[in-house]
Design a protein around this ligand. Sequence first.
Ligand code: GLU
Ligand code: MG
Length: 436
Amino acid sequence: MGARRADSALKDWIAAHGIAEVECLLADQNGVARGKIISAADFVGHARTQSLRLASSALSITITGDYAAYKGDAILDPDLRLEPDPQSLAVLPGFEGTRAGVFCEPLTQAGEPWPSAPRNVLKALIRLYAGIGLRPVIAPEIEFYLLGEEGARPAPYGLEAMARRGSFFAAVERASAAAGIELAGALAECGPGQLEINLRHGDPVRRADQAVLFKRIVRHAARELGLAATFMAKPMGREASSGMHFHLSLVRAKGEANAFADARGADTDALRWFIGGLQAFLPEIAPLYAPHPNSYRRMRPRYSAPVTLAWGRDNRSCGLRIPLSDPANRRVEVRAPGADANPYLAMAAALAAGWLGMERRLEPGPEVKDAIAYGQKPEFPRTLDEGLARLATCQPICELLGDPFIGVFLAVKNAELHSFSDVITPWEREHLLDQV
Ligand code: GLU
Ligand code: MG
């Protein structure tokens, strides 16, 4: 879209929706929305003159709200330029239709993509695939808990439990429709108060934007009913964990054929090698699927958690599942990312590993047939430290995701780990204090 057309598209959309304020958004390393709120008139003016700016340290804020020092950036803290993506304009929940949000592409002053921005990392991978005539398509499935919910323990897929939550769902559906998010289905999950809502398949960047907004919609709808929603990977020790699985396929830009199935409907080499890459680079990309110490508590062999990245068809004990489908919908379900993962980064990680698999023709391990996959290789790393160390030294992944991004991501994660290690858990005090 030309600059002038983009301007008038922004203006028209704002007028048509009666918007008074606009949130200029970007997602930080943890997928937390950061940005600023400005009047609609100022927004249109700034967008026209390309003068929307934000301190670049917004991209290196830790989950504890501190700045991770990275080569002095936190001190110099230069501005980044924000280029609004008009296609991402969405009415935000809780503002009675007066406030919109727009995801912005962070740029350098020279107009280059700001390399440590997670959205730009994903966009770069999409461009890489476009270069070989492929278009990744992704459908995220997001699990979460509603906390503070009264009533009986719901059963998985319990439609009665779903009916009780009618007003919550109605609010989520309303706000999602207003924000242009297409929902593809909802179900009651295993844990008490645990739900899953799926987004329709589509462009990864758009789906990642929508996942960020969707979490906000869910939190807002829960708060309105006196509840709280959490996307922590493992909020309760002995209950099911929350994942953000995504279904991933590659479509040929010419002719729209699915690159994971051939003309006779059989799996292609591309699918096999893609899976080979997802397995081979698991230890290195694990921190992008499981970015917090809590994420690793999810990796226990219960409740269909993705403890292993063995692959299988229609087998939920496998971290990589080929769901039953016709050839046109052949896809791999990447089950390892947690609900706490940054959607841009989890998707970028899978696309990078899959890319390397295809480039290097990496054969996957044996298919798991009619068996529980738990115990099979490759197993998910046990701790975040282990994954961070592997990521830091994995040259091909660092190259695909970009060294500047890896530097900021590692600085943020290491700062968080440091702060986490300062806290002694009740378990340690209870069992160690006067025994060891
Ligand atoms: N809750 C499980 C997880 O943490 C997955 C359950 C399912 O198969 O949907 O990934
Ligand atoms: Mg589920």
